[in-house]
Design a protein around this ligand. Structure first.
Ligand code: UD1
Ligand code: UDP
Length: 385
């Protein structure tokens, strides 16, 4: 039987982590010839995550520039991805999430009339500016997608409310939880010496809309909150964005109890999430993964497209107001907080298998699919809390 030619496009760290299980599941069906394209929107972070998951690129556009602007990155992506699409007859292009790589992949596929499959579809906030530019990226990619793999029922509802036909949406769970469940049993010893009595705060911060004064405000709040707590330890694997690094150096370098460290490989980072007493983050992926380990999560953003963690009482959306963050973090560090053991609301570890099965049903029975012809795919029932 002729194989289905799939192009899996991956640009950044989270895309590598969340697409690795998808690539594996597609290959396991024996029905796909999967061509993996790294755009290199990230360099070091992408290479690190790809190595963690044994993900190897068939082609690499190597596009990252220091302090890259969104317009020039998008222009380079469109040209680079299109050149790859010209090399063979792809049956489907698959992208994950809401990065500039994903938007450019959806556009490139659309221009060449190739179906675009959107993994982690349907996440929404109420404002196109928040998070910036990701909310626009995912809405625009969604508008061009042929098939939407929604991680949760909330994401399904968002897509239906926008008029996406039900037979174009499959609720799968988040593929990041596939990666996490696969890896968490292999998480190594904690990569830092942390005493049992230490109150460990794990920090990750990188959002573009927070760069500048909001980020400095958050860092000032962390500094203030730990000042009166003798056993407080902060570990922050600092994102390589130069604006983030500069703020970290200005606000937290040399502060007692604070360790600014390089981005961690995936497994040691999982160990940090397991040990943390509090997690302070603006990351999408960390909001999804951390509930598995039960430490309270302070989401330092004005809005979140991942309301399930907040609704379950596992995460708190604290915004970027320094006073509020200092107060909440201070309270969590000085009171004994019970870890919440619950089912992760973002997935059950089988998302990638559902995606692979759906794509076989969608593409395996017909030689070429016109992206505008409706398709009917049975919607598997995802049991999530
Ligand atoms: C990007 C995504 C964001 C995602 C994040 C995951 C966009 C617009 N943003 O944000 O949605 O949450 O990745 O981390 O798609 N850099 C390095 N090495 C790296 C990666 C980045 O030096 O491995 C530096 C470079 O100077 C680069 C800058 O960080 O220009 C910004 O990278 P970019 O991918 O544009 O944005 P992120 O903030 O990383
Ligand atoms: N992560 C990692 N090492 C780190 C920090 C994060 O492997 O030092 C992982 C984390 O487990 C999650 C992903 O990177 O899977 C989140 O990436 P990021 O926060 O950069 O992007 P976002 O999820 O916000 O798009």
């Amino acid at each position: 039987m002729k194989k289905i030619n799939a192009l899996a496009v991956i640009g950044t760290r989270p895309e590598a982590i969340k697409m690795a299980p998808v690539v594996r599941a597609l290959r396991a069906t024996g029905r796909f010839d999967v061509h993996v394209l790294f755009t290199g929107q990230h360099r070091g972070l992408l290479d690190q995550a790809a190595a963690d998951f044994g993900l190897v690129a068939d082609a690499d556009l190597d596009l990252m520039r220091p302090d890259q602007g969104l317009a020039s990155l998008t222009a380079r992506l469109l040209e680079g991805i299109d050149a790859v699409l010209a090399t063979r007859s792809f049956d489907v292009v698959i992208g994950q999430g809401d990065t500039t790589t994903v938007l450019a992949s959806a556009m490139s596929a659309f221009y060449r009339r190739i179906p675009f499959a959107h993994v982690e579809a349907g996440l929404r906030t109420e404002s196109i500016d928040s998070p910036f530019p990701e909310e626009a990226n995912r809405r625009l990619a969604g508008a061009l997608a042929t098939i939407h793999f929604a991680p949760t029922r909330g994401a399904l509802a968002n897509l239906l409310a926008e008029g996406v036909p039900a037979d174009r949406i499959v609720v799968t769970g988040n593929t990041g939880i596939d990666a996490l469940l696969d890896a968490s049993g292999r998480a190594p010893e904690l990569p830092f010496a942390v005493d049992a009595v230490d109150r460990l705060v794990l920090v990750t911060l990188h959002r573009r809309e927070s760069l500048g004064a909001p980020l400095r405000g958050v860092l000032g709040a962390i500094r203030e909150a730990i000042a009166g707590v003798p056993r407080a330890r902060v570990i922050w694997p600092v994102h390589p964005n130069p604006h983030v690094r500069q703020a970290a150096a200005e606000m937290l370098a040399g502060v007692p109890g604070v360790e600014l460290v390089e981005p961690q490989a995936y497994l040691p980072f999982v160990s940090l999430m397991k040990r943390a007493d509090v997690i302070v983050t603006d990351s999408g992926g960390v909001q999804e993964e951390a509930p598995t380990f039960g430490a309270p999560i302070l989401v330092v953003r004005e809005s979140t497209e991942r309301p399930e963690g907040v609704d379950a009482g596992l995460a708190e959306l604290v915004g970027t107001d320094p006073e509020r963050i200092a107060r909440r973090l201070g309270t969590l560090l000085t009171t004994s907080v019970r870890r919440t053991r619950t089912v992760n609301p973002y997935g059950d570890g089988r998302a990638s298998i559902r995606i692979a099965d759906s794509l076989v049903k969608l593409l395996g029975t017909r030689p070429a699919m016109n992206p505008t012809v409706p398709v009917v795919i049975p919607n598997p029932v995802l049991k999530v809390a």
